[in-house]
Design a protein around this ligand. Structure first.
Ligand code: C2O
Length: 547
């Protein structure tokens, strides 16, 4: 089947946190935007009409785009932006994956309000789930809200070289929830309500669409069974808390088996290992779970005890407890590796560029192997690759960091300066690529959510401190490692991923904190063509936006 949508990207006026209404950029005047429901194998057609004042592209986060590489969406990676007042139609297939993914703007910080869910059901519908069919499904989309215009915020951060201010609130399905106080009024911020039937089973499709913040997610009085993550099925995992980094999704079953006469808070609270002193309540988002048919009581909903803001142990336990559900026909982890890389990820500093007019000498810079990634300005990486245009990028992304030191505990005098470049790593079609991602703590001890476009990867192992091959290798899960498109690399730690480069084209791998992408915490893989026409990159659609 073909599923068709029209996305009108434009101004939408919304009042949040009891403040006067203000204009944001959103799709079809909805926050979150429309959900795309498809069955595996369907064709998706989305007509994007840009009525906003900004350049925009839409990225289909986690969808492989095999054969439709030009539709992936990241600005200046696979396409030039859709200019204000123009339109562009994306077309691709939802083939070879099932579960929850999402779409978002991949232009400046617009993703804060331009986003929505993508649900890919099994080809034969709900009977195809590898778990008991739920009675009902709900999308739980976690977001982040700023009282100021996010485009201006990011522009300011760029000019000064500083990082974007923290959000004013977190949201569940676009709503901050009534635990927020509205100063000087007795009004309450909007609250999402989930109505449930006693003893019914709900499939919660939890998406972290927040811009810069991993989240802990709980529902008072209820437990979850995780059955999927990033549109890959997992071995059922029972837990009271779900942890989702920006870009990730978690599918979890929840049985409504609590006392129906009570009401229960659903809470999304921030996790950030870099700022252990912030109080955990800061910005916490709430929604309310209510049982149908129960007599309404005036009592406050029950609040679940939440992990602390900096509770890395809880995050690590959740992230390392997931394994893939082994099913026939599903890809398994390749045992022979063709390309091995050791890549440091983290923050440092770079010299101001002339355009950064309010910058005082140095700017915050993200880097991978000390290369701080800059997007090209004249044409997309994919176009330069396809037309073999020199000078847009270079093929010298290093396989190893330039310096080896104690990444998890650097000496105080370590120079954190990096330089800007557009370096890519070229890999052969169908090569098995293994990447050790080593977090550095030069500037902050943060868990960076690393996202790879165009592929899923297997997560073989993760740990704290410096990566040591001899000890780490013994911990590799080569039997049923979880498959992901986004991985939260432990703060001051490492993770090992493996993927098959079976998608010719240009694929960015980057930190999914929106604050870290424009400052260079990114690199790209150039995957060469395979031997047949079906395994080669097709030419761009004739109407692809031009720069
Ligand atoms: Cu969800 Cu490159 O992004």
């Amino acid at each position: 089947a073909t599923v068709e949508h029209t996305f009108d990207v434009g101004n939408f006026s919304i009042s949040q946190l009891c403040k006067p209404a203000r204009v944001i950029t959103a799709v079809n005047s909805q926050l979150p935007g429309p959900t795309i429901y498809v069955h595996e194998g369907d064709t998706v057609v989305v007509h994007v009409i840009n009525n906003s004042p900004y350049n925009i592209t839409i990225h289909w986060h986690g969808l492989f785009q095999r054969g439709t590489q030009w539709a992936d969406g990241p600005e200046m990676v696979t396409q030039c932006p859709i200019r204000p007042g123009t339109r562009y139609t994306y077309q691709y297939n939802a083939t070879g994956q099932e579960g929850t993914l999402w779409w978002h703007a991949h232009s400046s910080m617009l993703r804060a309000t331009v986003h929505g869910a993508v649900v890919i059901k099994p080809r034969n519908g709900d009977q195809g789930y590898p778990f008991p069919k739920p009675d009902k499904e709900e999308i739980i989309l976690l977001g982040e809200w700023w009282n100021r215009n996010v485009f201006d915020l990011e522009r300011e951060a760029f000019l000064t070289g500083l990082l974007v201010d923290p959000a004013d609130a977190y949201t569940i399905n676009g709503k901050p929830g009534d635990l927020h106080k509205c100063s000087g009024s007795n009004r309450k911020p909007a609250t999402f309500k989930l109505k449930v039937q006693s003893n019914s089973t709900y499939l919660l499709r939890i998406i972290n669409a927040a811009v810069n913040t991993p989240m802990f997610f709980k529902i008072a009085g209820h437990k979850f069974t995780v059955v999927g993550a990033d549109a890959s099925y997992t071995t059922p995992y029972k837990t009271g808390v779900v942890v989702v980094a920006p870009g990730q999704t978690v599918d979890a079953l929840m049985v409504a088996d609590a006392r129906p006469s009570r009401r229960y808070y659903m809470v999304a609270s921030p996790y950030n290992s870099a700022h252990p002193n912030l109080p955990f309540r800061e910005g916490t988002a709430t929604a309310v779970v209510e049982y149908a048919g129960a007599r309404r009581r005036a009592r406050r909903p029950l609040l679940p005890p939440m992990p602390k803001f900096s509770d890395t142990a809880t995050a690590h336990r959740f992230f390392t407890s997931l394994t893939a559900l082994i099913r026939p026909g599903q890809p398994t982890v390749p045992l022979a590796v063709d390309t091995r890389m050791f890549v440091t990820i983290g923050l440092g500093f770079a010299d101001c560029r002339p355009e950064q007019t309010r910058c005082k000498q140095q700017v915050f810079a993200g880097s991978m192997n000390n290369a701080s990634f800059v997007l090209p300005t004249t044409m997309s990486l994919l176009e330069a690759h396809f037309r073999n245009v020199a000078g847009v990028y270079t093929r010298d992304f290093p396989d190893r960091p330039p310096l080896e030191f104690n990444y998890a505990k650097p000496p105080g005098n370590m120079d954190a300066t990096t330089a800007k470049s557009t370096k890519v790593k070229t890999v052969r079609y169908n090569a098995t690529v293994e990447v050790v991602l080593q977090n550095t703590v030069l500037v902050a001890r943060e868990s960076h959510p690393m996202h790879l476009h165009g592929h899923n990867f297997f997560v073989l192992a993760q740990g704290f401190g410096n990566f040591h091959e001899d000890t780490a290798v013994k911990r590799y899960n080569l039997v049923n490692p979880q498959e992901r498109n986004t991985l939260a690399v432990p703060p001051g730690g490492w993770a090992v991923i493996r993927f098959v480069a079976n998608n010719p084209g240009m694929w960015i791998m980057h930190c999914h904190f929106d604050a870290h992408l424009p400052i260079g915490l990114a690199m790209a893989f150039e995957v060469q063509d395979g031997p047949t026409p079906e395994t080669a990159l097709p030419p761009p659609p004739a109407d692809l936006p031009q720069c």
